[in-house]
Design a protein around this ligand. Structure first.
Ligand code: DOR
Ligand code: ZN
Length: 484
């Protein structure tokens, strides 16, 4: 029998179900065996993981890598280096680049740019008012999921009408791809921001005033109704308020396939941090009043919020520090600090290690069609592994971020317990001994071919627009054919 390529000995494995001392043997890109310490025999190479915890590499379904169009903020090389350094082995990248990922040609162009990726990735296609006729082509071209901006943010993409969203949901539902929602209602925010600007308001807290939680409640409710009607799978991005959990819970209870995500900034920061951080804290949706944090943590523990992600949104320090809050860049890099911050929350007793694996890897893999290849430590799964020293402490230092052109974070100076030591992507080290493996450039692959997404049956197929108009699908069949 061929010896294993790599044996990881002496470590403690953490999965969504439990924690155990075990060795892991890797053959090529996958896990070949898992066994009691010292039982797996020899390998070409051995990594001594004594004292370390081994977790499935995190899957961050919400990053912005900026290329094309805004590569002065970030690109695929720096963005995926940051992921590798943080124990993140898969990223899903957002379409609000310039031009946006709204057509098969733009998607093909982004695949070219992503050739420098160091970790695996999925590309989001855009669902907008003016590209409904492009959705089938985006799916054929390898889009791993879709993004719909119900509210304005970086890139100023206009939010689609509810009519366009309904038709887009109908089309995407047939293929089973998940639609991730920036769930903030644009018209409410535009109205309020105009009034605030007229009154000469431009302080950091005025940004929150323009985006009260009702914008999220309204958007989640509306998107959930469309998902229920069409059978589309949807995902609520960056949940910032305890209030939007009600429509989310209600939709989940009705059986709508709707998942939710929150980010470290909503769990760990609040309005008390605005004075200290100024415009650096600006993000869409905004960081809110202190009481929301408890609601979000409770929703993680009861499963309403099934995913943690980052909304990794790099801007240059100059763009972030604009004293006019309406002009300051929204968001900050997060993919490198996600796991240290969440492990620190584990150390503080906010959640268990198993719960962290569930929300950072296991659930994202299931929600976005990557199971059983990713999100678990099991024989045959990809050897996507993150090894952490949970006893080590460090101070987050923005000057050391691998997002080289966006070295600014509201977590600068925060002391955290939990340090990423090694990261493996499909059996290859992309970070070793806290050092980026330079040769990992270009190792990353698109995950779209792994995805298994049985198309759900649209609930209202007889009323879908293409059915009523008798238009045909990309594969030549009509919905009527499929029903027959
Ligand atoms: O703050 C944000 N920044 N929120 C978003 O939804 C987008 C992101 C960006 O692309 O800068
Ligand atoms: Zn985002």
């Amino acid at each position: 029998m061929e010896p294993f390529d790599l044996l990881i000995t002496g470590g403690t494995i953490v999965t969504h179900e439990g924690v155990a001392k075990a060795d892991i043997a890797i053959s090529g890109e996958t896990i070949g065996a898992i066994g009691a310490p010292g039982t797996l025999g020899a390998a070409k190479e051995t990594l001594d993981a004594t004292g370390l915890h081994i977790m499935p590499g995190a899957i961050d379904v919400h990053v912005h890598y900026r290329d094309p169009g805004m590569a002065h903020k970030e690109d695929w090389d720096t963005g995926t280096a940051a992921a590798a350094m943080g124990g993140v082995t898969t990223v899903f990248e957002m379409p609000n680049t310039f031009p946006p990922t709204a057509t098969p040609a733009a998607l093909a162009d982004k695949f070219e740019r992503a050739k420098t990726a160091r970790v695996d990735f999925g590309l989001y296609g855009l669902l907008a008012e003016d590209n409904i006729d492009q959705l089938e082509g985006l799916i054929a071209g390898g889009a791993a999921a879709f993004k719909c901006f119900m509210g304005n943010t970086t890139g100023n993409l206009p939010s689609p009408s509810t009519g366009a969203m309904l038709e887009g949901f109908e089309i995407i539902a047939r293929h089973g791809h998940r639609i991730s929602l920036h769930a903030e209602t644009a018209s409410i925010m535009a109205w309020r921001q105009a009034k605030l600007m007229e009154a000469g308001k431009n302080a950091p807290l005025d940004h929150l005033a323009a985006r009260p939680a009702i914008v999220a409640i309204e958007a989640v409710q509306r998107a959930a109704s469309l998902a229920e009607w069409t059978g589309a799978r949807v995902h609520v991005l960056h949940i910032s308020s305890a209030d939007e959990l009600r429509p989310l819970r209600e939709a989940q209870a009705r059986g709508v396939d709707i998942t939710g995500e929150t980010c470290p900034c909503y769990l760990m920061l609040d309005t008390d941090d605005y004075a200290r951080l100024g415009p650096v804290i600006k993000v869409n949706p905004p960081v809110r009043e202190p009481h929301h944090k408890a609601g979000l943590w409770a929703a993680i523990l009861d499963g309403t919020i099934g995913l943690v992600a980052t909304d990794h949104a790099p801007h240059t320090p100059e763009e972030k520090r604009n004293p006019d809050i309406w002009e300051a860049g929204a968001g900050f890099p997060g993919v490198e600090t996600l796991m240290p911050l969440m492990l620190n929350a584990v150390a503080e007793g906010c959640l268990s290690l198993e719960q962290l694996v569930r929300i950072s890897a296991y659930n994202p893999a299931r929600a976005f069609g990557l199971a059983p290849f990713k999100g678990r430590i099991a024989g045959g799964s990809h050897a996507d592994l993150a090894l952490f020293d949970l006893a080590a402490e460090t101070t987050i230092d923005q000057a050391k971020l691998h997002s080289l052109r966006a070295r600014i974070t509201p977590f600068h100076g925060k002391r955290v317990k939990g340090v990423a030591m090694h990261t493996l992507s499909r059996g290859q080290f992309v970070m070793k001994n806290k050092t980026l493996v330079e040769a990992s450039r270009g190792h990353g692959r698109s995950v779209h071919r792994l995805q298994s997404m049985p198309a759900p049956k649209p609930l209202r197929v007889e009323q879908s627009l293409s059915h009523l108009l008798g238009s045909s699908r990309a594969d030549g069949t009509t919905l009527a054919d499929r029903k027959a």
